[in-house]
Design a protein around this ligand. Structure first.
Ligand code: SF4
Length: 408
């Protein structure tokens, strides 16, 4: 895979050495067991895959290069480039400004932009409507484009099935930048509706089956269907695509549920199903699949707790947390600064969107075993910071540098 020029401040000598060694030992990526870092009283089991993915490194390279090459120009990002506070703050400190917040609320009015300004499209991509807006101002919308190719792949898949007259069902978080972009691209080609989870899938299936009154659909899915969507006509032939970072198990369950509803509604034999249900497989990206499978592998190892590192608004990170929570006490932190002491930490409750203050998160036993992973937009340097901080609670922070030698 292509390598990118990412600022060295985001790298970690320890994590790079570990990843390099694991890659050499397992080029086909078949081994999802974690890497043990045994520091005596504290043992860290580091997931096989985590951290910056292709799309994030690509976006960082383009954004930092754009800043370097355009001194004196005003540079805007449509919104956060990726969901990591450190990377976004680094860009802000270099003078980059955000036009919108992550839910699409305007921070800087369009009217203040001129044709001389630079606007960078984030890794999530953007809507066709925003591209048109930029064009109208005189800004070439895709000149500084960091849209991840794996997101574009979803748009292509939606276009492909649209070309065969299927309606597209987008499984994603309706307010997430990527889902808004995918919805926009898809509805340009075909009627499109967004479902955010299994509950909404059950509701949508009721309209497919005709067991819910059609007029209710428009209230229930308000803001999630394309203009002119006709619930009688547009749920007869469908295909499902995903936001790239959803939970793999839920993604599969949602596609299966819709498929089964279509089969039941039209009394189709198995071989007839493709006439009304486009088989898209899933459109999750490789990083989502690798990181979630690595968490599943990591969870097979006995441990006391799990720590997941990443931006609090990061979708892919929250799904890693979700997986860990099923088995262990799990703490979702954005950096080592959240580890206040050996007995106190701040961590994100993504279910209720609040930061919690917890005590005694490290059990009073030795050794303590901690599972550790991070999201696809989290710099490895932050994960190393977390390891150092945890070790400092045992007076062992110096051991990190010794550990690097073991993997080189
Ligand atoms: S998580 Fe996947 S889709 Fe998102 S930027 Fe990374 S590789 Fe691209």
């Amino acid at each position: 895979m292509k390598t990118f020029n990412v600022p060295v401040i985001y790298r970690s000598p320890l994590i790079s050495a570990i990843k390099q060694q694991r890659k050499q030992q397992d080029r086909m990526k078949k081994d999802f067991t974690p890497t043990l870092l045994d520091f005596g009283p504290i043992r860290i089991q580091l997931a096989r895959h985590f951290g910056f993915c292709y799309g994030v490194e690509n976006a960082i390279e383009i954004a930092f290069r754009t800043v370097e090459e355009n001194e004196g120009k005003r540079i805007f990002l449509l919104s956060e480039m990726i969901h990591n506070p450190q990377v976004n703050n680094d860009l802000l400190s270099r003078g980059v400004q955000f036009l919108m917040d992550t839910s699409g609320r305007q921070q800087i009015p369009w009217e203040t932009l001129t044709a001389d300004d630079i606007v960078i499209i984030p890794a999530f991509g953007t809507t066709l409507e925003i591209e048109a807006k930029l064009e109208a101002i005189g800004i070439t919308p895709l000149q500084y484009n960091t849209t991840c190719p794996f997101v574009e792949r979803v748009w292509n898949k939606a276009e492909q099935i649209a070309g065969k007259d299927y309606t597209v069902i987008v499984h994603g978080k309706p307010k997430h930048e990527e889902t808004r972009a995918t919805f926009s691209h898809s509805r340009h080609h075909t009627p499109t509706v967004v479902v955010k989870d299994m509950d909404q899938t059950h509701r949508l299936a009721a309209y497919i089956l005709g067991t819910a009154p059609a007029e209710q659909f428009y209230e229930e899915f308000k803001g999630q269907y394309s203009e002119g969507f006709d619930v009688h006509q547009h749920l007869q032939r469908v295909g499902v695509v995903n936001q790239t970072t959803m939970l793999a198990s839920e993604t599969q369950a949602i596609a299966d549920y819709i498929r089964q509803a279509i089969q039941q509604r039209y009394q189709l034999a198995d071989e007839q199903v493709p006439e009304r249900f486009a088989d898209t497989r899933d459109t999750l990206c490789y990083a989502t699949n690798d990181n979630q499978t690595a968490v599943t592998g990591m969870l097979e190892v006995p441990a006391d707790l799990a720590i997941v590192v990443g931006g609090y608004n990061s979708s892919n990170t929250s799904h890693l947390v979700e997986l860990c929570e099923e088995k262990l006490p799990t703490y979702f932190i954005s950096s080592e600064e959240k580890l206040l002491s050996a007995s106190e930490l701040l961590h994100w409750d993504f279910h209720h969107h609040q930061e919690l203050h917890s005590l005694q998160f490290l059990p009073a036993k030795e050794p303590v075993t901690i599972l550790l992973t991070s999201g696809a937009s989290c710099p490895d340097a932050i994960v190393e910071g977390v390891i150092r901080k945890l070790l400092s609670f045992y007076g062992l922070a110096h051991k990190v540098d010794e550990a690097v030698a073991l993997f080189n």
